[in-house]
Design a protein around this ligand. Sequence first.
Ligand code: 4AD
Ligand code: MG
Length: 469
Amino acid sequence: LQKDLKSLFSNPPLENSFVQTQGWIRSVRSMKKIAFVDLSDGTTFNSIMIVTSPEIAKDLQTGSSIMAKGSWVKSKGKNQLYELSVTKPEDLQVIGNVEENYPLQKKFHTAEFIRSLPTLKFHTSKLSTVMRSRSFMEYKLQEFFQSENFIKVNPPLITGSDCEGAGELFQVESASVVAKKLANPQDKQITPFFGKNSYLTVSTQLHLEILAQSLSKVWALSPCFRAEASDTNRHLSEFWMLEAEIAFVDKVDQLTWFSERMIKHVINGILTNENGALDNLLKNSKRSKEELLEIENRLKVLQDNNKNWYQITYNEAMDLLLSSGKNDWKYLPPVRGSSLSTEHEKYLTNEVLKAPVFVTDYPKDEKAFYMKINPDNETVACYDLLFPVMGELIGGSVRESNYDVLLKEIERRQMSLPDLQWYLNLRKNGSVPHGGFGMGFERLVSFVCNIDNIKDAIPLSRSIDNCDC
Ligand code: 4AD
Ligand code: MG
């Protein structure tokens, strides 16, 4: 393997030594006697400068891929310490040329324009930065769970149940069954592929609960699918959810404390510039100085290890919202007993507390069926972690572990008992109290990378009317 640019920077060659590398041209600048070719390969935000003759550089274009050989020499330029000096024409070879009107040029492109080029967009410094950050964050999460003795598991993605009960399901059926049904619309005997209706999972929680009942501490990072009918900057139809399920947990505090440490572990890795993660966020991109400072500051606010994040109950959150004096809500004003809207969540974190906050003990009718009902019989032992700018990042709860109470709740909600019987039966046979949470991975990525639209936090986004590439 030839050297990638990341290792070229982390393990620099000796001065004047021979270097061979490859990548994509960011820009070419040809003068009378000298030409500069800015080359990147995606492994790092850094690019290298190739210095050569205008003759050798004459056919090079932004976006083309090349292989270059030369000597690693001290640079006279102010942006880099070293540069690659290429003197022979055969030492700079084009691997793939670009077509005329190659759309990504060295100038400002709007996020919408970049998004409209799904097969080229990761050549931009902004989106390649996001992908490297995302990869690093996943690595830190893996490290955290490993150090906490969790078992990583891979729950199924095709399921018969609607975990959240919100009806935002994508149904799964084999193409041949669908074709048969279309050809014979009257035939009620045609059976679904799985013998019953099945769906892409909205959350792997129910299956994680099985695993936690014997492995104690499990986690998964899985694609989840939700047929959200609206196109917002926080929702995707396909997103990755990090979920953890922990046995012998019976208090929300155990979960909030754990979630906080998990996120701080990731942020700490970034702030200490492990593997160049902070440089990747801050040194690169075409962002303004103010924006870069803002990114660093918000990470620092999260990280203050001596201070725990706020934790308040839903009722206390309502007190804060109702006594805030704000009366120019864009959408619905807060109403005690109803759920918090994104607008309420953002107001609480951006304006009132100016920090992340765990909100616990929501009214039971605002939450899913599996949450443990509190002694007041009105609220459930659950929490949402609300982040500034983003709103909800995590949802979690202690699970109802009493068979009869859960059965009553399933019936009260008129959910399909046959579909949930296996889940209900998990409350038998040595079952223990347990709880867990789910974090939208793209929401964390968006927050850390300061991305306005969650579509840019996942490689190729799926949302209503958008499944093209
Ligand atoms: O709050 P939610 O719906 O919780 C659950 O699904 C639980 N079963 C999780 C658990 O306890 N194991 O979703 C969890 C998180 C949300 O807080 C949000 O960050 C993210 O998943 N999320 C989405 N992210 C992107 N696009 C969507 N459409 C999302 N829906 C939820
Ligand atoms: Mg939620």
